[in-house]
Design a protein around this ligand. Structure first.
Ligand SMILES: *Cc1c(COP(=O)(O)O)cnc(C)c1O
Length: 463
């Protein structure tokens, strides 16, 4: 096959008669390019210095294999490189090897999680993995869940459900409550749900970035007095800027007293609930009605991998069941396209399943513990006489220099972010409480002690 590199692909689809040597060649060649890319991840910068990539567009004739691989190569080497040990900007860790295989299998099978008859084994797998997670969280016997393409979609799945179950689907006075440090996806959800901004209430956080429960209580009363009907309170388990955790115990009590759906946005921290690392209040997570968990954000399961778990699976069924008139349905069969907003869905569960199988509890704990250890090492080595540091119990940290005014901080963060990138460290610059911060996410398994020491040295010298 190698000598035919100037040719066009003969078998546009996998052959059902020959031995598929051409497909094997394509897979082999792609695998070699990718493995090479990984092998060079330390030398390559987190972001390409100069991108040579040009988006070529379809032409009259299909292109030959040689050109195709030149373009694939250019695409890969012009990509963000999460495997660089200095890639510490976002919740985008390097991929688990087995998860890459999982994506390949999902693509090759091309099954559809819309309907049981289009994905018999994978529908079962998704159901079982969701139940496994739910049990670990301490949810009820009737619990279960659904995978969706990302935390935003699962937060939406949860809010649509909460609103439907409370009978407020078409009520313009329907309202929900988040903390001011909650993720922006809730603003998006509010718009999709057709709510006015005054129906999305954000409660102040304390100086640890946690929702203030007394303020939540006041807001609930105020909203009710003004004629609004609250269908959900959202507690964040791991805020995006500093990894803070809202007080689940008190919030869940309040929601129970007032009979309000509690959704936990555990897009970042939810996965810690199945690990050994002790986080106060984590044991109250089973008091939630629903929770979003994003294994894509820390375990390295390739994007996208997100689950919505609910204490009672009937809530998803009631909300999203429409019947699928074009699919042969019987009463015993649950078509998983009727448990959430998405219709056709890829078999994303395969890579999560394989990741969990390969890691086991030990492997999961190792990844989670390492993330915390790395943050703690960074904190120990950073000169905290020079910096104000903002962090919760998780692996995310935001910081700014002490004694600079807002304008100076904005400028300093911009310059320092650029300076660090020139030194192969990519960190982020979030806007939070009216000013820019620098932020590091310690979720990259390739980052070692030596890298962290180099980073703190650079920062300690910087001011
Ligand atoms: C990332 C994030 C989300 C959204 O998840 P996506 O997978 O990016 O859609 C929601 N909530 C929190 C707290 C997050 O950090």
């Amino acid at each position: 096959m190698t000598e035919k590199i100037n040719d066009h692909i003969l078998n546009i689809f996998p052959s059902t008669t020959d031995d598929n040597s051409e497909l094997l060649f394509l897979l082999n060649k792609t695998s070699r390019i990718l493995c090479n890319w990984y092998s060079n991840a330390e030398i390559l910068t987190p972001l390409p210095r100069k991108s040579k990539f040009k988006a070529s567009l379809p032409e009259e004739s299909g292109c030959d294999i040689k050109t195709l691989f030149e373009e694939i190569n250019s695409l890969i080497y012009s990509s963000f490189n999460p495997s660089s040990p200095g890639s510490l900007a976002h919740l985008d860790p390097p991929p688990l090897s087995i998860s890459i295989v999982g994506d390949l299998i999902a693509g090759a099978l091309n099954n559809n999680l819309l309907a049981e008859e289009l994905s018999p084994s994978i529908s079962l797998l998704e159901d079982q993995i969701c139940k496994w997670f739910s049990k670990k969280l301490g949810f009820s016997e009737n619990s279960g869940g659904i995978a969706a393409s990302g935390g935003t979609l699962n937060n939406l799945n949860a809010l649509v459900t909460a609103r439907f179950i409370s009978g407020l689907s078409s009520d313009p006075d329907a309202a929900f409550i988040v903390s001011e440090d909650a993720h922006v996806s809730f603003n998006k959800c509010g718009r999709i749900l057709g709510l006015n901004e005054s129906n999305i209430l954000s409660v102040e956080t304390d100086n640890e970035g946690r929702m203030i429960v007394s303020k939540l209580e006041n807001e609930i009363d105020k909203l009710i007095n003004s004629g609004k009907k609250i269908f959900a309170v959202i507690a964040t388990l791991g805020t995006t800027i500093r990894g803070s955790i809202d007080p689940l115990n008190k919030i869940s009590h309040l929601c129970r007293d007032k009979n309000i759906w509690l959704h936990v946005d555990g897009s970042i921290g939810g996965i810690y609930a199945i690990g050994k690392y002790k986080i106060s209040d984590m044991r109250y997570i089973n008091q939630a009605n629903s929770i979003t968990i994003n294994p894509q954000k820390i375990l390295g399961v390739t994007k996208t991998s997100s689950l919505l778990l609910v204490n009672n699976i009937e809530s998803l069924k009631r909300t999203f069941q429409t019947g699928l008139p074009y699919v042969d349905s019987s009463l015993e069969v649950l078509n998983r396209g009727e448990l959430g907003v998405q219709g056709s869905r890829p078999a994303e569960i395969i890579k999560l399943w394989l990741g969990l199988r390969v890691l086991g509890s030990k492997g999961i704990n190792k990844i989670l513990d390492q993330s915390i250890d790395k943050k703690n090492l960074f904190l120990k080595k950073l000169d905290t006489n020079k910096y104000d540091v903002f962090t919760g119990p998780l692996h995310i940290i935001s910081f700014i220099p002490k004694n600079l005014n807002r304008q100076e901080t904005d400028k300093w963060t911009l310059i320092t972010k650029k300076f660090l990138l020139e030194n192969n460290f990519m960190i982020s610059r979030p806007f939070y409480k009216g000013r820019y911060f620098l932020r590091i996410v310690f979720g990259n398994f390739n980052t070692e002690e030596s890298h962290i020491l180099k980073l703190t040295n650079l920062l300690n010298q910087k001011i």
